[in-house]
Write a protein that binds this ligand. Structure first.
Ligand code: PGA
Length: 257
């Protein structure tokens, strides 16, 4: 059994106004109050961060942003810096989510700047990788994931890598209701672990958490998270509801024990 601490993240994407986010966070706080063995992170939209932080302060729920820009400040309309996220109460930030890559055109080298900036400012990046369906069908899954990792994690120092979280999210499984089978997920997670070993050495690579993401629900969470090398989940749709997200967190707790 894995000695890595499980980590479950909720990516709220562009859902929930500040007041809606506060009430979901409040409901979640009550439901997971006794959970100790799982790191719990919620990533609401930017305007929700400060009020949600107020709501979860002192609880076992941590806060994350969904994106950042790599500059400290300046004329970058629409962007948000790592320092702003930190000051708003974030400890984490999702970087390179597939929607950022494929809807907004983010490239591996840009994602690398974001990963390095997050780490430099003391934010834990939840660094996302994953192949599209045509890439999987053409047998390119490993090639794509390796490229995303080698470029996205270039020049990340060994000491910084200790704080990294990787999320494997096959694009075809995100928001589609079609999750990877536990075997399919475990196969890519083992590959991700191997590349982490090549980048940062085996000893460090086994401590880095690798989340699975893509249509994780209470009904499939146990099976997915009990696989080798799956150290938690990054959850979209099912994290919007406090009850279903709490059920996934409790699955992670069962697997961790
Ligand atoms: P989903 O999203 O759980 O709705 O598939 C996962 C994600 O985008 O992180």
């Amino acid at each position: 059994m894995s000695k890595r601490r499980m980590i479950v993240g909720g990516n709220w994407k562009m859902f929930k106004t500040p007041s809606e986010a506060i009430s979901t966070a409040k409901a979640l706080k009550v439901k997971v109050i006794n959970v100790q063995d799982v790191e719990i992170v919620i990533c609401p939209p930017f305007p929700d961060l400060v009020p949600v932080h107020e709501m979860i302060k002192g609880s076992n729920i941590k806060l994350g942003g969904q994106n950042l820009y790599w500059e400290d400040q300046g004329a970058f309309t629409g962007e948000v810096s790592a320092r702003m996220l930190k000051d708003a109460g974030c400890d984490y930030v999702i970087v390179g989510h597939s929607e950022r890559r494929h809807v907004f055109g983010e490239q591996n080298h840009e994602i690398n700047k974001k990963v390095r900036k997050a780490l430099a400012e003391g934010l834990t990046p939840i660094f996302c990788v994953g192949e599209k369906i045509d890439e999987r069908k053409s047998g390119l899954t490993e090639k794509i994931v390796e490229e995303q990792m080698r470029t996205g994690l270039a020049e990340v120092s060994l000491s910084a890598a200790e704080d990294l979280v990787v999320a494997y999210e096959p694009v075809w499984a995100i928001g589609t209701g079609e999750n990877a089978t536990p075997d399919q997920a475990a196969e890519v997670h083992a590959f991700v672990r191997r590349i982490l070993g090549e980048l940062f050495g085996e000893e460090l690579s086994i401590t880095i958490r690798i989340q699975y993401g893509g249509s994780v629900k209470p009904a499939n969470a146990d099976q997915l998270m009990s696989q080798n090398n799956i150290d938690g989940a990054l959850v979209g749709g099912a994290s919007l509801d406090a009850e279903s997200f709490a059920a996934i967190i409790k699955s992670a707790e069962n697997v961790a024990r």
